[in-house]
Design a protein around this ligand. Structure first.
Ligand code: UD1
Ligand code: UDP
Length: 385
């Protein structure tokens, strides 16, 4: 694991230029977007690139949104679109309309030179569609990841966004292979490393498990769990399998589960809250959550980003999914896919040290992805000026 260092990151300054003068516009909306955007904005600020932050409002609870702006020293968004929740059609339609209003202006001089989109959420897809149909160049950060599972809404979002992108920033070598196989022009693709890991490394010194242990009454080893994938939490039946597995595990190891709002109703209906050794808490802030993870013996999750963070922290991760778009976390050795009814055995193996993997992280997960992206964007802007 990298050595803790004091975070030396200054707050990201808000763009000094008038919003309409900013050539680069970042689109964020959901929890993981803030974490990926922060180092890119910081590096662009250092490179003197005027920029603007647009928050779609896909996530809006303080604990799903504002807490990340605060924890990561992001500037307050220049525009908050307040789109909120809805069905896929309803939310995507509202995102398209609101983003078109925010990005498209009758005055060509006021148009962004480049829009940056992050990850695989509906806000990402909607921004990509708006840019593509209105002729605004667009860059995708975290391009090329594939679960090859088209039942995941994120897989649809990733594929469509990549097809439409002018610049594709890739976190992992196999993502380049995926893009090449799909016929994406590799001249547009750049392997830059992982901005989510930039954020992790920049804030590592702040991740102290002790206050979280004290706050949650954790005297010994413990597990951390998160669940929010539709396939796991959208029906009481699926939620019931997971709750049964977590209850069984909690008989051996206390579990803390910061509960994403998506699964609140179904997981509760399936009996999630019935066992005291399984402690359910509100979604945690970024520093609180990674402090908790850093002190844990094992993480059980269906998150994408947490598979990556545990890879660098060297914490065994058991992913409650049939596939992952982040296979490098498995080949690296810290992550394993697991069926709910095999969770107990998988945790035993993890606690025996089978998923321990000291040493370097995956290539270019070195905290400098944001800088590489900023340098490439600066060159791209200069070439088009
Ligand atoms: C979204 C992303 C998912 C990502 C996740 C990160 C899509 C299709 N999915 O899933 O890829 O992993 O964000 O956390 O974009 N809700 C609240 N408060 C909030 C936000 C949501 O209560 O601040 C509840 C609402 O009931 C909402 C539900 O959560 O309907 C789902 O929210 P939504 O943004 O549609 O998708 P996520 O499941 O959060
Ligand atoms: N996270 C957090 N608080 C929590 C749960 C997760 O700060 O209670 C962070 C986590 O460290 C990671 C990001 O949220 O950086 C992942 O978001 P999520 O799992 O919601 O989305 P995904 O990565 O699956 O798209």
């Amino acid at each position: 694991m990298p050595q803790p260092t004091e975070s030396t990151d200054p707050p990201v300054p808000a763009s000094a230029a008038a919003p309409t003068a900013a050539p680069v516009v970042h689109i964020v909306g959901a929890r993981p977007n803030f974490i990926k955007c922060a180092p890119v904005m910081r590096a662009m600020a250092a490179a003197g690139i005027p920029q603007r932050l647009v928050h779609t409002g896909q996530h809006y609870d303080v604990r799903m949104s504002d807490v990340f702006v605060r924890d990561l020293d992001l500037p307050q968004p220049d525009s908050s679109l307040g789109v909120g929740s809805g069905s896929h059609a309803g939310q995507t339609a509202a995102l398209l309309t609101a983003l078109e209003g925010a990005l498209v202006s009758a005055d060509p001089a006021a148009r962004p030179a480049l829009v940056m989109v992050y990850g695989d959420v509906n806000s990402t897809l909607a921004a990509a569609l708006v840019c593509s149909k209105t002729g605004i160049p667009m860059a995708h950060v975290e391009a090329g990841l594939r679960s090859f599972d088209m039942t995941m809404p994120e897989e649809v979002n990733r594929r469509v966004t990549d097809i439409l992108s002018d610049l594709l920033f890739v976190t992992s070598p196999e993502a380049l292979d995926n893009l090449a196989r799909e016929g994406v022009d590799l001249e547009r693709c750049h392997f830059v490393g992982n901005p989510m890991i930039d954020t992790l490394l920049a804030h590592l010194a702040r991740f102290d498990p002790d206050p979280m242990r004290e706050r949650l009454g954790l005297a010994g080893p413990y597990a951390v769990a998160t669940l929010h994938r539709p396939a796991n939490v959208d029906t009481v039946q699926a939620a019931g399998r997971l709750v049964a597995a977590l209850h069984e595990l909690s008989a051996r190891l206390p579990i803390v589960l910061p509960l994403h709002p998506r699964g609140r109703a179904t997981l509760t209906a399936a009996g999630l809250l019935d066992v005291p050794e399984l402690q359910v808490v509100e979604p945690l802030g970024y520093v609180e959550f990674l402090s908790l993870v850093r002190g844990s013996s094992v993480v059980v999750t269906d998150s994408g980003g947490i598979q990556e963070e545990t890879t660098i922290l060297g914490i065994p991760c058991l992913t409650l999914r049939p596939n992952t778009e982040r296979p490098i976390t498995i080949s690296h050795g810290t992550n394993r896919l697991v069926e709910p009814d095999r969770l107990g055995a998988a945790v035993d193996a993890a606690l025996r040290g089978e998923l321990a993997r000291p040493g370097d992280g995956p290539p270019l997960w070195d905290g400098r992805a944001g800088e590489r992206i900023a340098a490439l964007v600066a060159d791209w802007l200069a070439a088009r000026a």
